[in-house]
Ligand binder design. Structure first.
Ligand code: FAD
Ligand code: NAP
Length: 313
């Protein structure tokens, strides 16, 4: 049966930005509702050790997110497992429809839908997805015990995934299109010193090759970006780690976006182009994209929403 719920503040997303907004909006006595989405806990649930969350020298990503959820709930935030499929911000109260059939109306909305993994866009990548091609080493690494693996990308995610996969794989080849990594220096050093990892500079993935029955990856065909030379790396798995794109589909036509889909917020604020709609975290941030900056923006969004609602009264 479809249900209708009204709240002063609807928070969409359950990453560090969403849960932090939940803590602050609850403490402002706004009785927020937070809708978790398809990935409760957000991107950090797809990683292992987090070493740069202040106060924890080392904490497992999934554990940190369980703690954040518990914190938001303890402050009074109602956390709901649902996915928002449609958001109407053309009139107030704002209306969001959930996949569950529930309709949420809200006086203010905080968008914290974060970002999602990018794919190479190759037909063979799509064909072998779930059959040797993955974007989550923590989820799928275990299936590659004693096997050779290729990781593509040159940022923090690619290097962390390559390092993590050495726990299972006999060899990891990191394929990067340049000869310089974006990853933090400490990660680059660990990568360089790891005996199981080889880095292939100036190469792009051209195709994933494998068997039809059973469907499975046997190798990754790569091309030297300067010489054009093509080689095939034997591998049972390809992990794609080429970055993340903002999850702004809900507001693609209703909010001002920039830098290829990030929600535009006013400088020093989380206010979007529609009054009463605030945005925080990776959804708005093409520069820092960290757990701690997302959490900081979640706090700002709740405070901005509180002040905006008070001004309406
Ligand atoms: P996200 O964490 O992306 O969460 C988005 C949330 O929105 C999810 O809960 C999702 O379910 C929800 N959502 C999306 N669409 C909808 C919808 N339609 N309806 C309802 N909900 C929806 N950062 C660090 O600081 N340290 C690290 O060590 C670190 N390691 C990382 C490792 C990996 C593998 C990755 C991918 C990222 C890592 N990051 C790290 C970056 C960090 O995870 C992100 O910066 C942070 O999670 C962004 O938080 P967020 O709240 O903006 O969004
Ligand atoms: P990223 O920093 O954007 O790096 C993406 C990498 O993939 C780049 O090296 C890029 O190459 C490469 N790439 C992009 N498109 C490609 C394509 N089509 N083919 C081949 N290569 C391609 O993404 P990320 O590593 O996922 O990190 C995202 C954010 O999360 C960052 O802000 C990062 O700091 C953060 N994060 C932090 C941690 C941590 O703090 N420990 C861990 C993970 C992620 P070029 O370099 O040539 O552009």
């Amino acid at each position: 049966m479809s249900e209708s719920r009204h709240t002063k503040v609807l928070i969409i997303g359950s990453g560090p930005a969403g849960y932090t907004a939940g803590v602050y909006a609850s403490r402002a006595m706004l009785s927020p509702i937070l809708v978790q989405g398809i990935e409760p806990g957000g991107q950090l649930t797809t990683t292992t050790e987090v070493e740069n969350w202040p106060g924890d020298t080392e904490v497992q990503g999934p554990e940190l997110m369980v703690r954040m959820e518990a914190h938001a709930k303890a402050m009074g935030c109602e956390v709901i497992m649902d996915i928002i499929t449609d958001l109407d911000i053309s009139r107030r109260p704002f209306t969001a429809r959930g996949d569950s059939g529930t309709t949420y109306t809200a006086d203010a909305v905080i968008l914290a839908t974060g970002a999602r993994a990018k794919w190479l866009g190759l037909p063979s990548e799509e064909k072998f997805m779930g059959f040797g091609v993955s974007a989550c080493a923590t989820c799928d690494g275990f299936f590659y015990r004693g096997q050779e693996i290729v990781v593509v990308g040159g940022g923090n995610t690619a290097v962390e995934e390559a390092l993590f996969l050495t726990n299972f794989a006999s060899k990891v080849t990191l394929v990067h299109r340049r000869d310089e990594l974006r990853a933090e220096m400490i990660l680059q050093e660990r990568l360089r010193n790891h005996p199981k990892i080889e880095t292939l500079w100036f190469h792009e993935v051209e195709e994933v090759v494998g068997t039809e029955a059973p469907l499975g990856v046997e190798g990754v065909r790569v091309r030297h970006v300067k010489t054009g030379e093509v080689t095939t790396i034997p591998a049972k798995g390809l992990f794609v780690a080429i970055g993340h794109a903002p999850a702004s589909e809900l507001v693609r036509d209703s909010l001002e976006l920039h830098h290829g889909g990030y929600v535009k917020v006013q400088p020093g604020s989380t206010a979007t182009s529609v009054p009463g709609v605030f945005a925080a975290g990776d959804l708005t941030d093409h520069i820092y994209r960290q757990a701690v900056t997302s959490a900081g923006m979640g706090c700002m969004a709740a405070l901005d929403a509180e002040r905006w609602l008070a001004a309406q009264d």
